[in-house]
Design a protein around this ligand. Sequence first.
Ligand code: 4FV
Length: 257
Amino acid sequence: MRIRIVTIFPELFGPFLETSLVGRARQEGLMEITVHDLRDFTDDAHKSVDDEPYGGGGGMVMTAPPWLAAVRALAAGGGAWRVLLSPQGRRLDDAKVRELAARDDLLLLCGRYEGVDERVRRLAVDEEISIGDFVLSGGELPAMVLAEAVSRQVPGVVGLQDSVVNDSFRRGLLDYPHYTRPREVEGHAVPAVLLSGHHAKIEAWRRRQALAATLEKRPDLLATAALDARDRRELAAIAAEIGRELPLAGGDPSPRT
Ligand code: 4FV
């Protein structure tokens, strides 16, 4: 898997590329992640990358020529999927992460200022991705979020592959609660089932916890979660217990009045 990132702040990526999962994946050659300075693709003495917006209004806009030069130089020979990180993009979620991981060669464009000139989108971008409906000062943190999420999908990057397969959202549900030593924390004990060694009961308990957490915190996810008949029965029981209507397909539940 190759990820190349274009930014005017390459220094922001140092620790991210040298640490933890991504750091080890690069070291072990499981991933190639490189950062490229947009200013290296400017052709003026000041290496300028922004200018005033046509039509007025505050702030500056990133000019198109450096971006076109950078993307065409780095994506020469084709094959790279060119992603602009921006609030106008499709929201990043587990399904999109897996889709991007399958592309195997990503070129991430990190905007700054008010954004990039519209011709960059038209001439040098295959897809826009947003990490959420809020405005940051740059696309660098979203690029790191995307790179980390995608790297977890690369075989061998996450030691326990099954912890990726079992990642919440992969199953369309929120995660079950996790416990470790000490057994008791300020009077709060570990659920006995987790100490039972009874794997089937532990699995059933975790499934029920994931269903309950999802119904409580993210009922919207239930519309697309992979639920079997046992799950549906369990959900109905949980909903009755906590006085919640079960979300109709696609709708979220309102507390039972
Ligand atoms: C963003 C987001 C984001 C917008 C203006 C950079 C900033 C500035 N990118 N998801 N939310 N980008 O806020 O991806 O250029």
